[in-house]
Design a protein around this ligand. Sequence first.
Ligand SMILES: *Cc1c(COP(=O)(O)O)cnc(C)c1O
Length: 245
Amino acid sequence: MNSPDYTANLQRVQTWIQDACVEAGRSPDDVELIAVSKTKPVEAIREVYAAGQRAFGENRMQELQRKMEELADLEIEWHFLGNIQTNKLKTICHRVDIIQSVDKVKYLHEIEKRAGAADRTIGVYLQVNISDEPQKGGFDPNALLEIASELPTFDHVRVEGVMAMASLTHDQDMLKEQFQRLHSLFSSLKEMNHPNFAIKTCSMGMSGDLDLAIAEGSTQCRIGSSIFGPRNTLSFDAPSNKTPS
Ligand SMILES: *Cc1c(COP(=O)(O)O)cnc(C)c1O
């Protein structure tokens, strides 16, 4: 099989984001793109990087660790957005830029420890379970603000935003409600006065629901298959081992 034309794919996604911003009456500069490269080879990442993309996302800690090593010569902004495994956190904390999928307070303490050992500060997003599906990770939206207001002060963790995955549905009203929920939490966190908060990112919108996410205030979308091509279904998003938080 021929490899996809990554440059054309990336440009198509950039145009898609711009059009969605214009449609929503927003500035295209307000929405950042994370290229989700999970399961894809480092050669593909190099091509997308050469086409101008700098921020990449991965959802397996070992895969991220391997790719960070193999691509150490590139100035990539690395995002982790999968299940956190405490015992593997230290393998990524020496290099990862943003951990998007923090859904338990204990992970903040773990990241604080590992980032401190590496003498770094790591940005995190709080993942929120807006779809109310127990198999999905994320803080309970009803509990998030109280939990956030009680967080201790950290030296090596900076809370920079919220992240969520909406339901896999075509029901636009349902999606809209979920995105509004996340955006409202984003706005409330922004108002909160905590020394480790620098809230700027509302990460929502994937290949299937990008337009609506942007209409509802997304500041960052995470796009995989529209850039890198379809993933092998065998390696695609193995069932989450998360228990509800
Ligand atoms: C895989 C993944 C994406 C990208 O999904 P696509 O449908 O390929 O665009 C976005 N966010 C997270 C958390 C993912 O795991």
